[in-house]
Design a protein around this ligand. Structure first.
Ligand SMILES: [Zn+2]
Length: 492
């Protein structure tokens, strides 16, 4: 990608060429190796590893990150691993401001997480979740991109400022280890650390996505989520299906009926109105601009099933091929995914048995402005009440988090993003909503309504966080690191 044509210093005083040089060297000589070690450790989020404390992996990755941060000897940095009883730990660091008192009142809050999604299946034969492999600028394996790199990139950005003696505001960092479980341990830490966070004027959250790898992308919204287990039980044990079927209702059929209350299976539309919200006009406008940049890559980037159909190759199709609608569908529309099942034997073990129960793990994504706690309440009543055949139908919530819509950007922030994107990518900053969830963002926007939110990330096309063959796009991560330094330097 292009270096800037005019090598002149922006108002921030940070030389972008030198900054990118420095972070590139740091990534190549050190950070990549740290993340390679990180991938090998199965630091699964507590929701997927109830014995996380005994296994010790969460502690190992947190300790490794803390040791690395301390070894950087960043001027004015202090660090602490904070542990509340019975909760996953967090890493908290503070870097003193280097600006005159008058302009240093506000704080930058950097955020990331070190817990990981579980393994999932379908990894390429030479790859695996805990088997790091670096190939063509990509570090494969679970968690490097989501979101192990964040703490390393954040500190490297601070170091880039220090190396050029660029004055910066007070900076704090909060690195948690329960994000992939809906950040269920985070709120008590925010409460405990509230006074030490200070007056947050800028949040830098490196746990999000990118529309492509050709420019800086600012996340404008996130969906919320509500997850839980829906179980339908009709018998206490399985019985001969020839003996019982037709008389004993199938738990699977009741499951379908119950799910039909929630979702129109023809269109995928979730039926309760409280799961929907309007798309703000500005977001629609931004979706149009982003659709013009990305075109049909918006849906082509997915690994669609394909097969031979009368000599031609047929592909499974998306819900829409209109790029604007596609962007809206994945960011402002509520959806249901069934992410797991129980009560169903593997195909090879399935005899002619009328099974006693069917259980599904449901994962709902909620539009940015829908309250997740209310949605869960509604969901439980909708699924459990008036069960067909008086079957035993239960919904046990697993996690819930409200989505987020970014506050309006102020001029210095918008200009800094564009300058950073031009300097490091030679293209303007893009704006995109993301369909995933970062529970912290809603908490922060409520706690610091005036703060600007630099929510960015490396999860671009095919990076496949949560699925098989997850990778960290290292060239993008380097430029993003330098862009973070640029924005921090520009904060008034
Ligand atoms: Zn994440």
């Amino acid at each position: 990608m292009n270096a800037p044509l005019h090598h002149e210093l922006p108002p921030s005083g940070l030389d972008p060429v030198r900054a990118l040089d420095q972070v590139t060297r740091q990534w190549d000589t050190d950070i990549l190796r740290q993340l390679t070690d990180y991938v090998a450790i199965p630091a699964k989020s507590p929701g997927f590893d109830p014995d996380w404390a005994a296994h010790g992996h969460i502690d190992t990755v947190l300790r490794n990150a803390a040791t690395w941060v301390e070894a950087q000897k960043v001027d004015g940095l202090t660090l602490e691993v904070v542990r509340l009883p019975g909760r996953t730990p967090v890493l908290f660091f503070e870097v003193a401001a280097t600006r005159a008192a008058a302009s240093s009142a506000q704080t930058v809050l950097m955020y990331g997480h070190l817990d990981k999604q579980p393994e999932f299946s379908g990894w390429r034969a030479d790859l695996g979740p805990w088997t790091p492999k670096y190939e063509d600028g990509k570090l494969y394996g679970r968690g490097a991109a989501d979101d192990g790199y964040a703490v390393y990139a954040s500190i490297a950005a601070v170091q880039a400022l220090k190396a050029q003696n660029v004055a910066h505001p007070r900076i704090v960092g909060l690195i948690e280890t329960s994000e992939e479980s809906g950040s269920r341990d985070l709120l008590p830490y925010i409460d405990a650390l509230r006074t030490r966070l200070g007056d947050v004027g800028l949040v830098i959250c490196l746990d999000s996505g990118a529309g492509n790898y050709e420019q800086l992308w600012l996340t404008t919204s996130l969906r919320g989520m509500a997850a839980g287990t829906l179980k339908v039980q009709v018998l206490t044990e399985g019985v001969h299906s020839g003996d019982a079927s037709g008389l004993v209702p199938s738990s699977f059929r009741i499951m379908r009926q119950v799910l039909d209350r929630l979702e129109d299976s023809q269109t995928g539309r979730l039926l309760p109105e409280i799961f929907h919200c309007d798309v703000p006009a500005q977001r629609l406008e931004q979706a149009r601009a982003t659709a013009a940049i990305l075109g049909d890559e918006v849906y082509k980037r997915f690994p669609w099933a394909h097969y031979d159909c009368g000599g031609a190759t047929a592909f499974a199709l998306p819900t829409t091929t209109d790029p604007v609608q596609a962007l809206i569908n994945r960011t402002w529309t509520p959806t249901l995914s069934v992410t797991g099942a129980e009560g169903l034997p593997a195909l090879q073990d399935a005899g002619n048995v009328l099974r006693p129960y069917t259980a599904f793990k449901l994962s709902l994504r909620l539009p940015p402005l829908v309250d997740a706690a209310q949605a869960v309440q509604r969901l439980k009543a909708l699924l459990e009440d008036n069960a067909p055949y008086q079957a035993h139908v239960t919904f046990e919530p697993f996690s819930a988090a409200t989505g987020w819509n970014a506050p309006d950007t102020v001029p210095w922030f918008e200009q800094a993003l564009h300058r950073a994107s031009q300097a490091h990518f030679g293209a303007p900053c893009g704006y995109i909503g993301q369909g995933g969830t970062i529970p912290l963002m809603n908490m922060l926007s409520e706690g610091f309504p005036q703060a600007q939110m630099m929510v960015c990330g490396v999860l671009g096309p095919r990076s496949n966080a949560h699925g098989p063959n997850e990778f960290l796009h290292v060239p993008y991560a380097k430029r993003l690191t330098a862009a973070v330094a640029e924005v921090m330097a520009a904060m008034p």
